[in-house]
Each structure stands twice: as structure tokens, then as C-alpha cells.
Design a protein around this ligand. Structure first.
Ligand code: PHE
Length: 334
């Protein structure tokens, strides 16, 4: 029994096999137990000898099982260590990092500049009432911008629409905020335009509104020059041209001198030498009055700039469609 047990124990390769052997030799129905059970049949003088022998075998088997069990455990640990070894010298797999869309990078820059000047940032509804988009912005009933061919309306009586500009937020800001007001409102606007290199039915504007005592055109020019130079560089040359918007008086457009040709005229500026960057003006007294702001005490200026256009100028992007297509080959360049 002893020899057979010891040799089969040392041959086991798994803990389960070892357990089977333990039961086979030492269990209640085991071989050694069977020998001890037959002790009663032996002569009295034989019993201590056989008993002693059986106990010796039992201890030897127990010790062998213990030893083999420890050996198997060591082997299992060694196997696992080898299997789970990490080769730290293998070069890592490249993880691609995403980043902000170039237009939102420019938006973040612009926000930072305005926040630095004490402006607050607002968000407004893209589905707007024509009251806010047009009427309360002093836009006459027969103004061409109200046409069905230009504006996305939701209903036949032309009450609800996709805002065509962020300017309705001028009204909402004056309705809800205490004076003085300094806000910018970035957001999407919608117009029935065909898609081409400079047009899209959806684009982004950043509205600006300042209302305080003693605000003049000089504040408008100073603020916008500061912003444009922060974005395009300290030496950017700008000019203000008279223009017309129903909700500002006087109104103007701001141009910056073409950085490519220095004003001489080239393909980038379509031979003009100047690139239009935004519309602006002093808030019309009728608009102030409509929001219960006394035009004899307060005055203000407002502006609206195209965000795609700012991004295109900032990164020298030639086609508006690139901004919306989400082509990774394009986006990865920024
Ligand atoms: N809302 C005008 C546009 O879309 C821009 C503008 C905003 C002009 C504020 C003056 C004041 O063209």
C-alpha cells in the first residue's frame, strides 16, 4: 500500500487527482482504514505491531500528500507568473486623442476674450417667434428677410420660425437681465440659402450687446478692434463702413484688411483688399423703448459676427463646407 500510494501521489499533476488519492487511501472507505478495521481479527500480540505499521503508513501518505500539494501550488503559481508576464519593452499601441473642432476652438478663444472684458455668455432658443426675430427688432412687415423664400417658418401665419440671426437675444437679454448689460450669445441660425463655398442653410453667429449709460460708437469701435486684434494679430487693420440694419442706428459693417495681400487685392479677398467680418451699430432707440429701457438715460451697441467666417479667417480655410463635413483628414489638421 505504502509504495503504491507514494508513487501515485508523486505522479499527480492536479490538485483534484491528489484529493482522489487522499480519499482512496485515507478516507472512511479507504484501503488503510480497511486494514485497521480488520484489527479485531488479529491475535492480541499482533495488534500493536500491525497498528504501529498502519500508523506509520498513514503518516507517510499524509506527509507525501502535503508535500505534493505544496509542490503543485508552487508549480501553478510559477505557471501563472509566466503566463501573465508583461513585456514592458514592447512598444505601446498608439491611442488616438480627439480634440475640439476648429470652429469651437475659435469660439473658445472668442469667449475668453469677451469674458476678459467683463461680458456674460448667454444661450438662446433656435426656434423663435417672429416677434423676437423681426418685429421687436424694428423690422418692417414688408422687409425682404421675412419672406418665405428666405426664412424657415413652422406655420402658415408666420409666427414660429428658425431664427435667422442671434439678434432676437438682444430683446431677451434686455427683458431678463438687470442693467447694465454686457453679453455675447453664440448659436446656430438658419436661412434658406443654397450650399456653396461661402453659404449654408445653417451657420453660427455670435451676437453681442452692451447697454449702459453713456455708451457711444467709440465703445463699439474700441471693443471690436480689441477683439479682432486679439484673434487675428496686433497689426490687423480694420475699417468701419456705414450700413443699414433695422435695429441699429447708426449701423455699420466692420472689415479687416486682407492679411494675404495687405489690401492690394487677391483671390482670398476676391480682389477687394478687405474682408467683411461683422455687422454692428448703436441699438435703435425704438428697440430700447420696446424693452422698457429709457433711451434718454441708456444707450448701447450691438454686433453680430459669423463664427464660421471667423474660423475660416483664423485657420485660412477656403471652403465653408469643410467645417461641416467632419472629414477626419481635414479635422486632424487643427
Ligand atoms: N443680425 C445681423 C445679421 O445677421 C448682424 C447684426 C447684429 C447687426 C447686431 C447689427 C447689430 O446680419
Amino acid at each position: 500500500i505504502r509504495n503504491l500510494a507514494l508513487s501515485s501521489i508523486s505522479a499527480t499533476r492536479a490538485a483534484a487527482d491528489l484529493e482522489t488519492l487522499r480519499v482512496q487511501y485515507l478516507g472512511k472507505k479507504g484501503e488503510l482504514t480497511a486494514v485497521l478495521k480488520q484489527m479485531g481479527k488479529l491475535a492480541a500480540e499482533e495488534r500493536p505491531i500491525i497498528g504501529q505499521l498502519a500508523n506509520d503508513v498513514r503518516s507517510a501518505v499524509e506527509a507525501a500528500i502535503e508535500q505534493q500539494s505544496a509542490a503543485l501550488e508552487r508549480q501553478a503559481l510559477a505557471d501563472r507568473l509566466e503566463q501573465e508576464t508583461v513585456d514592458v519593452t514592447i512598444p505601446g499601441a498608439h491611442q488616438e486623442m480627439g480634440h475640439a473642432h476648429p470652429m469651437y476652438q475659435v469660439l473658445d478663444e472668442i469667449k475668453d476674450i469677451f469674458i476678459g472684458m467683463g461680458f456674460q455668455i448667454l444661450d438662446g432658443p433656435e426656434v423663435e417667434q417672429s416677434d423676437y426675430n423681426f418685429t421687436r427688432l424694428n423690422t418692417p412687415d414688408d422687409h425682404p428677410a421675412r419672406e418665405w423664400s428666405d426664412t424657415f417658418y413652422f406655420d402658415n401665419d408666420s409666427k414660429a420660425l428658425l431664427r435667422t440671426q442671434t439678434s432676437p437675444m438682444q430683446i431677451r437679454a434686455m427683458e431678463t437681465l438687470p442693467l447694465p448689460i454686457r453679453v455675447i450669445v453664440p448659436g446656430r441660425v438658419y436661412r434658406k440659402d443654397e450650399v456653396d463655398a461661402t453659404h449654408s442653410p445653417m451657420f453660427h453667429q455670435i451676437e453681442g450687446l452692451v447697454v449702459d449709460k453713456g455708451i457711444t460708437m467709440a465703445d463699439l469701435k474700441g471693443t471690436l478692434n480689441t477683439v479682432i486684434r486679439a484673434i487675428y494679430g496686433e497689426n490687423t487693420v480694420t475699417r468701419f463702413r456705414p450700413h443699414h440694419f433695422p435695429f441699429t442706428e447708426p449701423s455699420c459693417e466692420m472689415d479687416m484688411q486682407c492679411h494675404k495681400c495687405g489690401g492690394k487685392g487677391c483671390p482670398t479677398c476676391k480682389g477687394e483688399g478687405w474682408i467683411e467680418v461683422l455687422g454692428a451699430g448703436m441699438v435703435h432707440p425704438k428697440v430700447l423703448l420696446g424693452c422698457n429701457v429709457d433711451p434718454d438715460v441708456y444707450s448701447g451697441f450691438a454686433f453680430g459676427m459669423g463664427l464660421e467666417r471667423m474660423a475660416m479667417g483664423r485657420f485660412k480655410i477656403s471652403d465653408l463646407r469643410l467645417i461641416f463635413e467632419n472629414d477626419m483628414r481635414f479635422l486632424k489638421q487643427f
